[in-house]
Design a protein around this ligand. Structure first.
Ligand code: ZN
Length: 361
C-alpha cells in the first residue's frame, strides 16, 4: 500500500497514522456532512479503509464550505455505515448526479477510476445496492486507442502502433498520388504568384508572375493599383513601393493577355492558391468563367502539407520557405518577390510530383 497518493490536481498527500497529531484535527466527509459542510478543496490526507484498497479522505476544516440547502434538505433518512466507520446516505441517482457522484461503471465510461470509498448509495428496484463515488476525487484514466482499445492514445485518438499503421496506409496512398505519371505538357502547366497591397479581399494586385513547367517566364509585371495609394505593411514583405508601380499597367489593361494565357493552360499552380485565386478570379465576370478557372487551379502548399504529414513529421510549418528548406532547394532571387516565389513553387512541385510531365520522345 502506498503511503502517498497523487491527486488529479497534481497535489501529493500523505497517509495518516493513528498516532498522528493531525488525526484529530482533520475531518472525514461524514463529519463534514453532519455539520452541513462540504470539502472546499483537495483532501489533505488519507487512510485506507479496513477492507480492501478503498481510500478514506481527510479534509482540513480551515478549507471547507457550507453545503447548499438542497444537499441537506430532502435527505432520505436512510444510511449505511462503511467498514471505515463513515456513514453514507441513500440517495436517488438523480440527486447523486447533482452532487457530482456517480457509479463506478458510469465513472469508467467517463474515463475516471474511483479510489475513495463510496460517498452515497442507492438501492435498485431489484434490491441490489449501487454505490456512488465522488468524481472530484476519482483519478483520470488514460484514454484508450479507439481502434484497438488496448493501448493509450498517442495521436488522433489512436495508440502509437495503430497510428503508425494508419499512417503507413496513407503514406502509400500519398506516394501513389505523387509518383503517378501525369503526362502533362510542361508548356501548359503554369505556376503563378501575385503580390498584393494587403491581406484582404478589397486589396489589389501589384505584381503578377507566371512561369511554365519549362521554367520559362510567361508573364512578369508590376501592376498599378486602381485605388490603393500606399501599402506600408506589405511593402515591407515584397518590397514594392508606390513609386515602382507608377508607370506600370493597370490590371484592366493586361486582363485580355492574362485570360489568353489562362485559357491555353491545363493547370495553374500556386503556393497557397486560395488567396491568389480569390483575387485573380475577378478578371472574369461570370461565375461560370471563374469556376472554369478554379478547375485548373492546384495548391502546392496543400500538397506539401500532405507530403510533410506523411513523410516528415518533424516539419511543423508549411510556408514556402519551409518547403524549400525541407527539400534543400536553393532560392533564385529574394523570397517574397513574386518572381522568386513562382520559381520556388515550381521547384517544390517538381519534388512532390517527379513524373508530372510527359516523357520526352
Ligand atoms: Zn491501438
Amino acid at each position: 500500500m502506498e503511503e502517498t497518493l497523487k491527486l488529479r490536481s497534481g497535489a501529493t498527500i500523505g497517509m495518516l497514522k493513528k498516532n498522528d497529531p493531525d488525526f484529530r484535527k482533520y475531518l472525514t466527509r461524514t463529519t463534514l456532512s453532519q455539520l452541513h459542510l462540504q470539502p472546499g478543496g483537495d483532501p489533505v490526507a488519507f487512510t485506507y479503509s479496513p477492507e480492501g484498497e478503498d481510500v478514506v479522505f481527510y479534509f482540513d476544516p480551515l478549507f471547507v464550505k457550507e453545503a447548499p440547502p438542497e444537499v441537506w434538505y430532502g435527505k432520505s433518512g436512510e444510511s449505511m455505515t462503511l467498514p471505515s466507520g463513515n456513514v453514507i446516505e441513500k440517495m436517488s441517482t438523480r440527486r447523486a448526479c447533482d452532487n457530482g457522484f456517480y457509479s463506478k461503471e458510469r465513472l469508467e465510461q467517463m474515463f475516471y477510476r474511483p479510489i475513495e470509498e463510496p460517498v452515497a448509495y442507492t438501492v435498485k428496484a431489484d434490491g441490489t445496492t449501487v454505490f456512488f463515488y465522488d468524481k472530484k476525487t476519482a483519478l483520470r484514466l488514460p484514454m484508450m486507442c479507439v481502434k484497438c482499445n488496448k493501448k493509450v492514445r498517442f495521436k488522433h485518438k489512436l495508440c502509437e502502433d495503430c497510428y503508425e499503421e494508419e499512417m503507413a496506409v496513407r503514406r502509400e496512398e500519398g506516394d501513389r498520388h505523387r509518383n503517378a505519371y501525369y503526362g502533362m505538357d510542361p508548356k501548359k502547366i503554369l505556376f503563378f504568384d501575385l503580390e498584393l497591397t494587403g491581406f484582404y479581399a478589397r486589396d489589389e494586385i501589384i505584381s503578377i508572375t507566371i512561369t511554365n513547367g519549362l521554367g520559362e517566364l510567361v508573364m512578369d509585371t508590376l501592376v498599378k493599383p486602381d485605388h490603393t495609394k500606399k501599402w506600408k505593411k506589405t511593402e515591407k514583405i515584397h518590397g514594392i513601393t508606390p513609386e515602382m508601380v507608377e508607370d506600370a499597367p493597370l490590371l484592366v489593361d493586361i486582363i485580355p493577355k492574362i485570360k489568353e494565357i489562362f485559357e491555353n493552360c491545363d493547370r495553374l499552380i500556386a503556393y497557397g492558391v486560395s488567396t491568389d485565386y480569390s483575387h485573380i478570379k475577378y478578371i472574369y465576370d461570370t461565375e461560370e468563367e471563374q469556376e472554369a478557372l478554379h478547375k485548373k487551379v492546384r495548391c502546392c502548399a496543400n500538397e506539401f502539407v500532405r507530403y510533410a504529414h506523411e513523410h516528415r513529421p518533424d516539419v511543423v510549418h508549411a510556408s514556402l520557405i519551409d518547403a524549400m528548406e525541407c527539400f534543400g532547394i536553393e532560392w533564385q532571387g529574394v523570397p517574397h518577390s513574386s518572381l522568386a516565389d513562382t520559381y520556388a513553387c515550381a521547384a517544390v512541385w517538381d519534388r512532390l510530383f517527379p513524373n508530372y510531365y510527359k516523357k520526352e520522345e
